[in-house]
Ligand binder design. Structure first.
Ligand code: HEC
Length: 142
């Protein structure tokens, strides 16, 4: 009987532990995490920001860029990486979060290489979306 009670207690304790998840980030902390993921891990600026001899032009971060490299074999290829700042055109925030988890656009198509097919977890996808949504879009051509 005693071991039964102890067993039940241990189960209850373990269940409580198993339910503990890392605190969900919100607000500024979520944006800060997204900035880290986009700028230090994802490498998004290497393609989606105009390149200069000194590196990506961060004054126009993620406002779109012509790639400065190309494949050495014939293959499907997109030579231009579209603007993402303020979220990519035609995406809601939820659609962008889904795209970063699947690599599939809202219309079911997939971008051409060299866009990497990212498979982020939902928390990281949300953080990237929160950060990218804060970035200013390119001002319209005069
Ligand atoms: C190696 C270059 C490269 C990197 C790194 C890269 N991208 Fe891309 N991305 C592209 C190219 C090129 C396209 C356009 C593909 C096409 O036209 O089919 C694209 C397309 C996209 C699209 C689809 C836009 C649309 O119009 O549907 C999104 C969203 C996107 N990238 C987000 C990101 C994010 C976020 C990161 C960083 C986590 C990233 N990309 C990193 C090259 C890159």
């Amino acid at each position: 009987m005693r071991s039964l009670v102890m067993g039940a207690l241990a189960c209850a304790f373990l269940a409580a532990c198993a339910q503990q998840e890392p605190a969900q980030l919100t607000g500024a902390a979520l944006v800060e995490r997204g900035e880290y993921l986009v700028n230090n891990i994802g490498g998004c600026n290497d393609c989606h920001t105009a390149m200069t001899p000194q590196g990506p032009d961060m004054a126009h971060a993620l406002q779109g860029g012509t790639l400065i490299f190309q494949p050495m074999i014939e293959m499907p290829w997109a030579p231009y990486a579209p603007p993402l700042a303020g979220l990519p055109a035609g995406y809601t925030e939820e659609q962008f979060v889904a795209f970063m988890q699947t690599g599939v656009r809202p219309d079911g198509s997939r971008p051409l290489p060299p866009m990497p097919p990212f498979r982020l977890n939902e928390a990281d996808a949300r953080a990237m979306a929160a950060y990218i949504a804060t970035l200013p879009q390119a001002s319209p051509a005069q």
